[in-house]
Ligand binder design. Structure first.
Ligand code: ADP
Ligand code: MG
Length: 410
């Protein structure tokens, strides 16, 4: 099935692995490990955390030649690990502390060694526990802006940008997105599933010609608009957050898990954040916590405002100011905001009807989940039909909030 022959790490073999690599044995002592755990909860890869007697820790993430969630029956190139390591390094060079540190990449065994972030929480987990982390949404906006400017021809020398684009071509992973995010929510390939009570909602989505046409536009943009080296999977499960005790203000925000990175539309990453804020709001409304839902619905505006401010600031250093002036800058921002709605619509729909669901909605009791899922699907349809009109970022939250409140069940 696969031409990739390499050893998969296990909790038994990771110490030897570290011992054989000087850079890693300088970070954690392989002869005095007090903890070796496999902690991966993702759909794709193995993740190990190691700790030595001095409390020093290291994380190893290994790509398997197939999708972990499904097994050997769904092969997938482990070369995705190189894309992840490359993009993490590129993004960290531009956005600094907002991106996890890559310590070493091993192209033989497809292992990324990185700093341990166990003192952070995966943002989705924190949201699902009802915790607030302020500042994370704005940090994500700044991160996307740094990447949008710094990896595009706006901020890069022309030949370097062409080489970076060529190096990041990632058709295997992009095909997954094209199928799961843009096609399958409305054209079931046998992987979709919803509660019986939501079957009419899924059918109405599939029958919504405006929605399907918008997904065609979204898919086309995704496949052709090679604007910047985007993250490609910027949901709240790809972000670590940390706040000092007794504070809700983040003192650290770190983006990770960028194996879907490729040269694509900037707004795809923004749309992913918007959609995930809606999932958090849907959960909070379903649980009757309207304050927290309103807080979650303030996040799209925070991400957008920080994105736009950071992008405008970076644009001062644009490489070709002869034709790319302020008017062009504002044209880009206007188009990106519209496209953010479009991509958010796709992301909202796929996480409700498609194969890889989100815990925010999925762990709600069925009686509550029904209304939350319905509200999100209706928000997806409305955002898809309105995407190409002029709007303000807060309009998106208003649209989603109204539908979530109207359709919640108990
Ligand atoms: P996948 O690509 O399989 O989704 P992720 O990169 O999302 O893998 O990692 C899976 C899980 O492993 C994360 O949700 C997180 O709990 C844990 N993890 C990943 N990287 C780190 C890290 N640097 N420090 C601590 N935990 C991590
Ligand atoms: Mg992941």
């Amino acid at each position: 099935m696969t031409t990739h022959e390499y050893e998969f790490l296990t909790t038994e073999t990771v110490a030897d692995y570290v011992r054989s690599r000087p850079v890693l044995s300088g970070r954690v002592d392989p002869d005095h490990l007090v903890r070796v755990d496999e902690i991966g909860d993702g759909n794709l890869n193995l993740v190990f955390v190691l700790e030595d007697g001095r409390g020093r820790r290291l994380v190893l993430k290994q790509a398997l030649p197939y999708v972990r969630m499904v097994g050997a029956g769904w092969p997938m190139t482990p070369e995705r690990a190189r894309r992840e390591a490359d993009s993490l390094r590129t993004h960290r060079a531009l956005a600094g502390e907002l991106v996890v540190e890559t310590i070493e990449y091993d192209p033989q065994q497809y292992v990324i060694a990185m700093e341990d972030l166990s003192d952070h929480a995966v943002w989705r987990h924190a949201l699902n526990r009802g915790e607030r982390h302020d500042g994370a949404a704005a940090a994500l906006g700044r991160y996307v802006a740094a990447v949008a400017f710094g990896t595009s021809v706006l901020g890069m020398e022309r030949d370097a940008a062409a080489q970076a684009l060529a190096r990041s071509v990632n058709p295997d992973l992009c095909t997954i997105t094209e199928d799961l995010v843009f096609t399958e929510p409305s054209v079931d390939a046998g992987r979709n599933e919803v509660l019986a009570a939501n079957e009419p909602d899924a059918k109405a989505l599939a029958a919504d010609e405006t929605f399907v046409a918008a997904m065609g536009v979204a898919k086309w943009k995704f496949m052709t608009q090679a604007e910047a080296l985007i993250h490609g999977d910027l949901h709240t499960g790809s972000v670590f957050v940390r706040a000092a005790e007794s504070s809700t203000e983040c003192d650290s925000v770190k983006v990770f898990d960028s194996e879907f990175a490729f040269y694509g539309p900037v707004a795809f990453d923004l749309g992913a954040t918007f959609a995930n804020y809606v999932f958090a709001a849907a959960r909070a409304y379903a649980q009757g916590d309207d304050d927290r839902a309103e807080w979650a619905l303030s996040l799209p505006g925070q991400t957008w405002d920080a994105f736009a401010a950071e992008f405008r600031a970076r644009f001062e250093g644009v490489r070709d100011g002869r034709v790319w002036g302020q008017a062009f800058r504002e044209t880009l921002l206007d188009r990106w905001l519209r496209e953010t709605w479009l991509f958010a619509a796709a992301k909202m729909a796929r996480r409700i009807v498609g194969a890889a669901k989100v815990k925010d909605v999925e762990t709600l009791p069925e009686a509550l989940r029904e209304g939350a899922a319905r509200g999100v699907l209706l928000a997806a349809r409305e955002a898809a039909s309105a995407w190409d009109a002029p709007h303000r970022p807060e309009d998106f939250a208003a649209l989603a909030g109204a539908l979530l409140r109207e359709h919640r069940t108990s």
